[in-house]
Design a protein around this ligand. Structure first.
Ligand SMILES: [Zn+2]
Ligand SMILES: [Zn+2]
Length: 571
């Protein structure tokens, strides 16, 4: 979060608490100041350095002192004192849509409700209507808000869930009672955000299997514990449902719980036409309920006359029709990835040396990594100018001589300026192996402006790919306005690739747009955008987007060898 957003969040909170305290004048002042700072385009640190905080409209002397304190210490004494003065529970209830400070206060004081869980219980038992102004309708609305609140709270980035699942499966599989285990649901389909996890276990000893599950180290709270179904919350509020099935029904359950809903609805319709019935226990003849297939997914799809469909494709986007004609594309695999095409280092805002990058790449089994530090106009990121770029080239050559088995490519993440020109001259770009052109500013411009800017960048003959092409940050920032069809048409003409940025918050292009790119005849590059060594492990996230986009090895530039890659240069 930027400093501006941090400051605004503190001011909002102060304003909200003052509202409860009926200090209307001060409350309004803080809320207004928070709004002003949210819409401020300049970094607030700079305003402070100029000593002009109190010149921001709505920010007077005392609020400007609060802002200075937040920027200097990261905290605010005013806020701390106000928080202390609040009854516990009030602030939590205020998180709910439709519950203002006054009502939160009344619920706490008059009904002794101390948390959202308490409130849910009271609403379900119909106790809220004891409170004046609260009726049955309002209770229903509150339950709805609680549901929405939980949903919002419980969507996790795929990148955050991957390591959790790896640890969980390692623990689960390390029990003799468990024959097979997988996480189904949106996780298995590798959606960019995941609600809860659906763990599926094959076992002939369900009691032992579910016992193993509830004893997992990261479990925070066991919600229910049964032989065939248990639910827990992990630390960090992730919900995991575990279902234990006999091994002979594992395939049917896996198919059923993987979804998506739309995919399964369509599949069940086809089953009916063929005289079958499909459910979580298996595929049955409609007449006589005779079991036809259940042990593996492959058998089930085969009986329905289809090729097995990779989970990432199961969204009812044409995969069922393609599977019936046995014309599914052969999706790109992680082990076909020969390199990473977007990586920072200490030369700009990364935390790792070039040598560390090379050694990490060796460990990951990669043949090459394109070093793409920022260019000079990104001052905060310590971007490279012509001189430092050529110094970096020398260090890259040295590392390439010293570390055998992996090649660092000379590259840059070159900023695309407002007029679409490149931040570095052709004389610098010409010497590079790989150029990522990225837009990092002007996100509020209109579609025409942004589209023209990107197209202008693609006309530079040294540009290899467009970095994080829509600029979106998952759950935080919408894509900037851009006419993707026009961009892709031009990219195909200019033979410029589009990036799938594998950074967990980005995954940009997303699955739908990546598929569009390929249909327009544009290839895709995958880059981790690593700023730290362990972030080089994000490559599988990029591959999962590619697979959801139906991409094959030939669609993804990273499947090429170094030699082939350098040949792709246009300039
Ligand atoms: Zn970038
Ligand atoms: Zn980057």
């Amino acid at each position: 979060m930027s400093a501006n957003a941090d400051v605004a969040a503190v001011l909002y909170e102060i304003g909200e608490i003052l509202t409860i305290k009926d200090d209307r004048f001060r409350s309004r002042a803080y809320l207004l100041a928070a709004q002003r700072i949210t819409s401020l385009t300049e970094d607030i640190h700079k305003v402070k350095e100029r000593g002009e905080l109190d010149k921001i409209p709505g920010v007077g002397k005392s609020i400007s002192a609060t802002i200075t304190e937040i920027l200097d210490t990261g905290e605010s004494k005013v806020l701390e004192e106000l928080r202390e003065s609040l009854p516990p529970g009030v602030r939590q209830l205020m998180e709910l849509e439709g519950i203002g400070p006054k009502n939160a206060m009344r619920l706490v004081e008059e009904l002794k409700i101390g948390s959202i869980d308490d409130l849910e219980k009271a609403a379900k038992e119909g106790r809220l209507r004891e409170l004046k102004g609260f009726g049955e309708k309002k209770e229903q609305n509150i339950l709805q808000s609680i549901g929405d609140y939980r949903n919002k709270q419980t969507r996790f980035l795929l990148g955050a869930v991957l390591p959790v699942v790896d640890d969980m499966l390692a623990w689960i599989k390390d029990s003799p009672a468990i024959l097979k285990a997988e996480v189904a649901g949106s996780y298995r389909r590798k959606r960019e955000t995941i609600g809860d996890l659906d763990l599926l276990v094959a076992s002939n000893d369900p009691d032992a299997a579910s016992q193993r599950f509830v004893e997992m180290p990261p479990v925070d709270r066991v919600v229910s514990h049964g032989a065939t179904k248990s639910t827990v919350f992990l630390k960090g509020h992730m919900q995991v449902d575990c279902r234990v099935v006999p091994p002979e029904a594992y395939g049917a359950a896996l198919q059923y719980f993987t979804g998506s809903k739309e995919h399964n609805v369509k599949l069940r319709g086809i089953s009916v036409k063929l005289g079958y019935k499909l459910n979580e226990y298996g595929l049955f003849m409609r007449e006589g309920d005779v079991l036809v297939a259940s042990e593996t997914e492959e058998e089930i799809y085969a009986k329905l006359g289809m090729s097995w469909i990779p989970p990432e494709m199961r969204e009812n986007r044409g995969e069922i029709e393609a599977a019936m004609e046995h014309k599914l594309p052969k999706l790109v695999e992680l082990d076909q990835m020969k390199g990473d095409l977007h990586c920072h280092s200490k030369w700009s805002e990364g935390t790792m040396t070039l040598r560390e990058v090379a050694e990490k790449a060796l460990g990951l089994g990669l043949e090459y990594v394109a070093i793409t530090d920022h260019s000079k106009s990104l001052g905060i990121a310590h971007g490279l100018d012509e001189k430092r770029l050529s110094e970096q080239a020398k260090e890259i050559e040295a590392v390439n001589r010293e570390v055998k088995g992996v090649t660092l490519l000379k590259g840059i993440e070159c900023d695309v300026k407002a007029d679409g020109s490149m931040d570095l001259p052709d004389s610098s770009l010409r010497d590079l192996d790989f150029v990522v052109a990225s837009i990092h500013s002007g996100f509020k411009n209109d579609e025409e402006t942004m589209t023209n800017r990107m197209i202008a960048a693609m006309h530079n003959e040294y540009v290899s790919t467009i970095g994080h092409p829509t600029g979106r940050i998952i759950q935080k920032r919408k894509p900037y306005s851009i006419n993707l069809d026009r961009v892709l048409e031009e990219a195909a003409k200019q033979r410029v690739s589009m990036e799938i940025n594998a950074y967990p918050e980005r995954l940009d292009l997303d699955d739908v747009s990546s598929r569009k790119a390929i249909e327009a005849g544009v290839t895709v590059t995958i880059g981790t955008d690593a700023h730290a060594l362990n972030q080089m492990e994000f490559l599988p996230l990029g591959v999962s987007v590619a697979r959801r986009a139906w991409l094959t090895a030939k669609d993804v530039v990273n499947t090429r060898s170094v030699k082939e890659l350098v040949k792709l240069r246009r300039g």
